[in-house]
Design a protein around this ligand. Sequence first.
Ligand code: ADP
Ligand code: ADP
Length: 465
Amino acid sequence: QYTTTTTSTTSTTDIITPLERVGAHSHIHGLGLNDLLEALPENESNLVGQPTARRAMGLVFKMIQQGQLGGRAVLLAGPPSTGKTALAMGLSQEIGEAVPFVHLSASQVFSRDLSKTEALTQAVRRAMGIQIVEETEVLEGEVVEIQIDSFAGDNKGKKAGKLTLCTTDMETIYDLGHKMLEMLRTEQISAGDVIRIDKGTGQIRKLGRSFTRSRDYDAVSSTTKFVPTPEGEIQKRQTITHMVSLHEIDVINSRQQGFLALFAGDTGEIRQEIRDQIDVKVAEWKEEGRATLVPGVLFLDEVHMLDMECFSFLNRALESEWAPFVVMATNRGLSKIRGTDYISAHGIPVDLLDRLMIISTQPYSVDELRQILQVRCTEEQVEMTPTALELLTRIASETALRYAMHLITMSQLQAERKKRSIVELEDVELCYQLYYDVKRSTKLLMEYQNQFLFNELSVEQEEEA
Ligand code: ADP
Ligand code: ADP
């Protein structure tokens, strides 16, 4: 049943979504470190400040590169808007697409039709990549001639023929059946094309037109790709690597679901027996050298939203032999563990905290805030006068960075309405008045709370306010 998986998962590399490039972080292109893992102040990654945390994430990156991850986890801890998500995005950009990167917000664990542990199990298995190597025999060469024999009488309509292929070193003639001829026709292959035929499946691919034919003007269109005539033997061995995640193999092999569920995104619960069988199978492939396990990264945001059951699940998952590298993030200090009355650092139980390396992020200086806002303006293609940017920076330092970032887009719209291409001070001012930040909104609520529905403040609290 499972041996079929390799073929059915061909070219699923792109199903692993490395990480959604969320708009808010689209400006981040890496961690911006030098070879010694020191944070570069000016860099192409667009990450600003936070040198210690970046360095620490750099070491994480090195560990991932060297595959030394099993069961390790880090916790990014710091106030809101101090770049925790940005750092995780930077890490994902550094590791590239060869290693799976899964982003899960703790609230997603609760909001699906799945049980909490099932949602976490799926996330963990999605972060475990399996590289499958297949060897196939291919014929690769330049088409010298295609000869089609027509038949008369009983076999009328049937076709057979001969295909002559060459490399720089040799030339061979192959007999072709009806099916292969049809395929050559639908692929519009003619003399002078360089092609590859998969001997196993009989599939034909056109790699391009031979350079030697580049002077045949009439056969050339603007989209024609020229390639050199292959060298050496026509018959070659070719290795193809596929990357799939454990979760994809689970889904494909779970009977009720089938692989179409991968595209619908609705995979439902997967039975434990299936997972166990797959683990056994993958372990066998590993033994035989047909597959390599590639532990990826699971980024768990808002981790304080998880409850005891989830934490104990994570504890166990981290001990397992096949575990991804887990990066957690939280903006809570000492707080209650969800669903209990216990107070713990970051709202995480001590036994899990014990396993985590904690990376702390610090609030930004005014200069750093200005730099981040500047980067965002460039990213959103917004031009702003220096005084407008200065005001925005002040707003960011006195309210919140995220709020100031939203004002960039709003001010741009306002400027456009006034038919200006550059955002000026008054645009930012107006937007600041139009859209409240949390602080002002809270103040307003305190002042006018009697007029709102569901006023829950007690009389004493009102007096305090
Ligand atoms: P957190 O996850 O700590 O609440 P975010 O990473 O979401 O904060 O940061 C808020 C916004 O500021 C995001 O749009 C993020 O991309 C941006 N940002 C935060 N820190 C940096 C930084 N050091 N360099 C560039 N952009 C940053
Ligand atoms: P617990 O289950 O009590 O939380 P663990 O058994 O996970 O603790 O121990 C934590 C780590 O220390 C593990 O890596 C374990 O292998 C190691 N360890 C604990 N006790 C010993 C011991 N007596 N000898 C060798 N290694 C130990």
